[in-house]
Ligand binder design. Structure first.
Ligand code: 2P0
Length: 326
């Protein structure tokens, strides 16, 4: 019997976003990106290869996934089997510790945890760089969740060179990310569809590539210098320029809802009133607010009044992949 292995990986929030693939099969991105791994939201995944199984069996939060819903998971298992020289099917059981109905993306933590658990369960002992490449094959943003703290996903040009590199694993800087849960429902346009539409139809896509190159070159020294204002200004502008690719696609679409705009206005008001903070958004209406620890009480109080206190979640820099004792 092969061992059951459990891995834990945390979600990450991109400060310089990934929005578009150069290779849709290998998930090679058009540009590099940079994120912060978060401590509050994570996935635990257990994998065991079992000769008694006649198909892969994938359970997420106690629900068995249909073959269609488990397609990306089985793709990663196939890659692991290929590397390990196995033909055995696997039992995968995953628990998302992203607050119920938070509407926050769990694919980053999910595919990072899957890569960690499946590879070891198959007897492979991959480096963290190779784990990031494996996680990438499930979902692009998962590449970065192998490492903790600030992480760069270097776009590269092929399967070997497209990988995560830790930029600052130990974050000794009192910063926080406040996640505002504005709409718990599943997004209508998946990131995968949305980014592909931006690449192929937005006339601004070439400009986006230049934006990312500039933002990466300026955000790295700003992080190293712990220059909160500069990091905040870069991440806010980068997020809005990513969303400009959705508005400029054909047909146009948007992940904003009315509350997203209200929350962004509140961030600007808080800033004017002296509580420095900056917003970012991903492929959904929830707004995430980058701030300093000292300003958390004022900022969380304001959003709790505006929305509801159970819709205001506070996260800090989090760790990279871990393996748990069964
Ligand atoms: C990011 N997002 O950098 C960007 C910003 C959302 C907005 O990566 O197709 O689920 O599986 O590679 O990683 C979300 O897209 O897409 C994402 P696939 P993924 O975090």
């Amino acid at each position: 019997m092969m061992p059951a292995i459990t891995a834990r990986a945390h979600t990450n929030i991109a400060l310089v976003k990934y929005w578009g693939k150069a290779d849709t099969d290998l998930i090679i991105p058009q540009t590099s990106s940079l994120s912060l791994t978060l401590d509050q939201f994570y996935t635990d995944t257990q994998v065991q290869f079992d000769p008694a199984l006649t198909a892969d069996q994938v359970t997420v939060n106690q629900t068995v996934l249909s073959p269609d819903a488990s397609r990306k998971v089985r793709h990663v298992l196939d890659l692991v089997r290929h590397q390990a020289g196995l033909t055995t099917f696997a039992r995968v059981s995953s628990q998302n510790h992203v607050p119920m109905a938070a509407g926050l993306a769990s694919s980053a933590s999910a595919f990072a945890a899957l890569a960690g658990a499946a590879s070891r369960a198959a007897g492979l002992n991959l480096s963290r760089t190779d784990l990031s490449r494996l996680a990438r094959r499930g979902s692009g943003s998962a590449t970065r969740s192998i490492f903790g703290g600030f992480v760069e996903w270097q776009a590269g040009h092929d399967d070997a060179s497209s990988k995560a590199v830790p930029f600052m694993e130990q974050v000794d800087w009192p910063i926080a990310m406040v996640a505002l849960v504005l709409d718990p429902h599943q997004k209508k346009i998946s990131s995968r569809q949305g980014m592909q539409s931006s690449v192929t139809t937005s006339p601004y896509y070439a400009a986006w590539r230049d934006v990312v190159a500039t933002d990466l070159a300026t955000i790295k020294p700003a992080i190293q210098a712990q220059d909160f204002q500069q990091v905040g200004e870069i991440l806010e502008a980068n997020a809005m320029r990513m969303h400009a690719l959705t508005l400029s696609a054909n047909p146009p679409y948007s992940y904003f809802n009315g509350d997203s705009l209200v929350a962004m206005q509140t961030v600007r008001e808080l800033r004017e009133a002296g509580s420095a903070c900056y917003y970012t958004m991903d492929a959904g209406p929830n707004v995430k607010v980058f701030c300093q620890e000292a300003d958390l009480p004022v900022i969380t109080h304001r959003f709790a009044q505006q929305f509801r206190d159970d819709r205001v979640l506070v996260a800090h820099p989090g760790p990279g992949i871990q393996w748990l004792e069964n």
